[in-house]
Design a protein around this ligand. Structure first.
Ligand code: AMP
Ligand code: ZN
Length: 493
């Protein structure tokens, strides 16, 4: 491992606009925070792309041997699309629409989010904090910012004072390279503006109108926290005042991450984050995927084929492979053709991997496997360049086919390295599920259920109803449902 680590990892830092040699604040440890979903509706495939990029990054850090604490929040309160009135609060809108309790909405879409992540083989973060679970921390932070003169109360709401922040030598706009006058000129006239000293001031705490359902007591009356505040409160609570990596989609750079920097620096004068990482957008048929424009597809719809955009269904592994074929900082467009091409590429990769089980070995290798392995690491060390990595993996597949055709040779030891390297990069780092293994496991499970059905039939023949019911009920608890029919017993799971 040390050999590969010695080829240093370069990470593109949005705040410097350059690739930098990665060096964590505390050697061997990494604190990583990624803005999680707003659980007011189903996550769409674009959201999945961003979270998948960070899943791959997390997997690579783990592989390199770092001890990573990965925190990804759930935004379940206070996510205002702007600093506007309650009708702009997306939770309230959705709640009225569906006539559910706010926390019911939150629960429903959190469960859906987790199902989607499972489907695409995501590793869970180490901590998944919710905004509603950290109201006290957010109130305390707001109080501190008021005490230190960085925030002011107005009409039961609290705003961050951007001009005061800049007066004290800091620079609001440093991440997104915007200057404050420009921001001033571009700010739209929104509700709440007359409460603010300046239009670019942003809400830390919003007073709740009687119609607003999600509300908490605070020193400023009943209200709810601002969206930017929750990420500052939760990231620093679990990762410290300055931590290594903060990630999210590019669209979060401004205002969300800009505000997080301001809140963090105003609190204690230090940069909250060492490396800012932003992923690029998923587009579909050339247009950015987004709920508001209607150009979106739900992950499940792509997988079950129940949609108007694609001619057929595509498995989660093919989707994952397709996403990994683009660099996380490049736009990725999905279309029917792109998915079909990924399906073919994926099949070629899997067939090649399968062939490694039956390759002939020789006394000498005519292919340089160590050099090839290094080139896989070089790709990942260059700012997680998964498309180059995949090109290298196909180079490995080319070797396999040549060896199979007896046009190249490989030793037993080199073959073991080739197999292991493919497995590490494809399954552990790119996170593609090993479907051969899954299929094998499902065959085994079917065999076990068949055996239990046979035992149940024997129990029934012996009029041992207690045993036969127990077998059926216990299988049902595992979601394996037995159905007795004319043709015998069938099952589903
Ligand atoms: P939201 O739930 O709207 O806060 O979004 C969750 C994450 O998905 C954020 O990091 C967004 O930047 C990201 N995101 C939203 N739309 C897209 C898209 N079309 N492609 C990639 N990421 C997206
Ligand atoms: Zn955030």
């Amino acid at each position: 491992m040390a050999f590969y680590q010695s080829h240093t990892l370069q990470v593109y830092n949005t705040i410097s606009g350059e690739k930098e040699t990665f060096s964590p604040i505390h050697e061997g440890n990494i604190g990583m925070y990624v803005c999680g979903p707003t659980v007011y509706s189903h996550v769409h495939l674009g959201n999945v792309r961003t979270f998948m990029s960070f899943d791959m990054i997390y997997r690579y850090f783990n592989h390199l041997g770092y001890n990573v604490r990965y925190v990804r929040n759930i935004t379940d309160a206070g996510h205002l699309t702007d600093d506007g009135n309650v009708d702009n609060d997306r939770f309230v809108k959705q709640t009225r629409l569906e006539k559910l309790e706010p926390m019911e909405v939150v629960q429903k879409y959190t469960v859906y989010f987790h199902k989607v992540l499972d489907l695409f083989n995501f590793l869970p973060p180490n901590i998944e904090p919710t905004a509603t679970g950290h109201i006290i921390e957010q109130i305390e932070l707001t109080q501190k910012l008021i005490e230190d003169g960085f925030a002011y109360e107005s009409n039961g709401s609290v705003y961050f004072d951007v001009q005061e922040y800049n007066k004290r030598g800091m620079n609001y706009g440093e991440l997104s390279n915007r200057n404050i006058d420009e921001l001033f000129a571009n700010t739209r006239d929104l509700d709440g503006q007359n409460e603010k000293k300046n239009p670019q001031d942003f809400a830390l705490w919003k007073s709740a109108s009687p119609a607003h359902i999600m509300r908490w007591n605070s020193p400023w009356g009943e209200g709810f926290p601002g969206w930017h505040l929750e990420c500052t409160a939760m990231s620093t609570k679990y990762l410290g005042e300055t931590f290594d990596i903060h990630g999210g989609g590019m669209d979060l750079k401004f205002p969300h991450h800009e505000c997080e920097i301001a809140q963090g620096k105003a609190r204690n004068g230090v940069e909250p984050v060492k490396y800012w990482m932003h992923t690029n957008m998923l587009t579909m048929n050339g247009l950015r995927m987004s709920k508001s424009t209607g150009n979106f597809i739900l992950p499940m719809e792509l997988i079950n084929g129940d949609n108007d955009f694609f001619e057929k269904a595509f498995s989660p592994s093919i989707v994952r492979f397709c996403f990994m074929q683009a660099h996380y900082r490049s736009v990725l467009d999905i279309s029917n053709e792109a998915m079909v091409a990924s399906e073919k590429g994926f099949a070629r990769l899997m067939e090649g991997i399968k062939l490694t089980d039956s390759l002939p070995v020789s006394a000498n290798s005519s292919v340089d496997i160590e050099k090839w392995k290094q080139s896989c690491y070089d790709a990942m060390n260059d700012d997680f360049n998964t498309p180059i990595l995949i090109a290298q993996l196909f180079e490995g597949i080319r070797y396999i086919n040549l060896i199979n055709d007896k046009k190249e040779t490989i030793t037993e030891a080199d073959l073991a390295t080739l197999k292991e390297t493919l497995s590490v990069f494809v399954f552990d780092i790119l996170g593609i599920r090993n479907e051969a293994e899954t299929a094998n496991n499902s065959d085994k499970l079917s065999g076990v259920v068949e055996m239990l059905i046979k035992m149940r039939n024997e129990a029934r023949a012996n009029k041992n109803w207690a045993l036969s019911d127990e077998i059926r009920d216990q299988l049902a608890e595992l979601d394996i449902i037995l159905k007795d029919g004319k043709e015998g017993t069938t099952f589903t799971f």
